[in-house]
Design a protein around this ligand. Structure first.
Ligand code: CP
Ligand code: NVA
Length: 309
């Protein structure tokens, strides 16, 4: 793959700061073209993308499919009943067959090992559309959104409130490449993966804190960020988690403590009234919808980079 100028997009920290910023610049350029209504920039013309979904999705499916189409390509949606990767057929076989039909593969899976196996055996770029471990495309879209609203990511204070999940791991991996202040405020026992945290801190690029005092954590934040308390694959724990996460709801009072410059972000889907109140979602400083829109623009740039275009 590498010899052909093709790259997988599996983890944020597979790339250096310069490359990530270049991808984000490209995202802005291509976003401007798409928003202008111009439909003559078609770098994916004649190309096809296979999209494997082992889990549900709105944003990831629609933004990848639409983005690839708007830039001239054709995307195929393969739901959980279609390929049944690892069940109907081994991942390494799926990877090699799809590579013979398609120019690029995007996959949303449970086990992180599945995306690693896909990438290992595919002869075309593989893009990670979320695993139980991370969600790099989301965090690239988030970075783009922060740059658009604040001017830059470097030097900002991003406070994630909630479960130390796949979203947090991608924030940690971003913080190991681009310098900013990242705080994860979570209940005891719901911290992000210890090895990932240690590695990110050891990288020495960003100030990184994992704390349990949410009110103290949000003070002076540029961004307060939230996600569901029970991720896909954990929905049977939803009730128990609601009890465990008491005090970690992002509400109007927490946003007031954060201060007047704090934006609210959420990767969505949100459970209003659970991890975030309706009022915070609808407040003028909530940028969750521009953030969702940027999934498409960030991913278009990621795919251009992956394909060496
Ligand atoms: N944020 C996100 O990945 O949304 P979907 O699960 O709807 O794709
Ligand atoms: N942490 C959530 C993110 C959804 C986009 C999940 O994995 O379900």
């Amino acid at each position: 793959k590498a010899e052909l100028g093709l790259k997988d997009f599996l983890h944020i920290n597979d790339f250096d700061k310069e490359t990530l910023l270049k991808i984000l610049d490209r995202a802005k350029e291509v976003k401007a073209i798409i928003k202008s209504g111009e439909r003559t920039y078609l770098p994916f013309k004649g190309k096809t993308m296979a999209m494997i979904f082992a889990k549900p999705s709105m944003r990831t499916r629609v933004s990848f499919e639409t983005g690839f189409h708007l830039l001239g390509g054709h995307a195929l949606y393969l739901g959980s009943d279609d390929i049944q990767m690892g069940k109907r057929e081994e991942t390494r076989d799926v990877a090699r067959v799809l590579s013979r039909y398609n120019d690029i593969i995007m996959a949303r899976v449970f086990a992180h090992q599945d995306i690693l196996d896909l990438a290992k055996y595919a002869t075309v770029p593989v893009i990670n559309g979320l695993t139980d471990f991370n969600h790099p495309c989301q965090i690239m879209a988030d970075a783009l959104t922060i740059i658009e609203h604040i001017g830059q990511l470097e030097g900002t204070k991003v406070v994630y409130v909630g479960d130390g999940n796949n979203i947090v791991h991608s924030w940690l991996l971003l913080a190991s490449v681009i310098p900013f202040h990242f705080v994860c405020a979570c209940p005891r026992g719901f911290e992000p993966d210890a090895r990932t945290t240690k590695k990110a801190i050891k990288a020495g690029v960003s100030k990184i804190e994992i704390v349990n005092d949410v009110k103290e954590a949000v003070k002076g934040a540029d961004v307060v960020y939230s996600d569901v308390w029970a991720s896909m694959g954990q929905k049977d724990e939803a009730e128990y988690r609601r009890t465990a996460f008491q005090g970690f709801q992002v509400d109007e009072e927490l946003m007031r403590i954060a201060g007047p410059k704090a934006y609210f972000m959420h990767c969505l889907p949100a459970e209003r009234g659970v991890e975030v109140t309706d009022g915070v979602m609808e407040a003028p400083n909530s940028i969750v919808f521009p953030q969702a829109e940027n999934r498409m623009h960030a991913q278009n740039a990621i795919m251009l980079h992956a394909l060496g275009l």
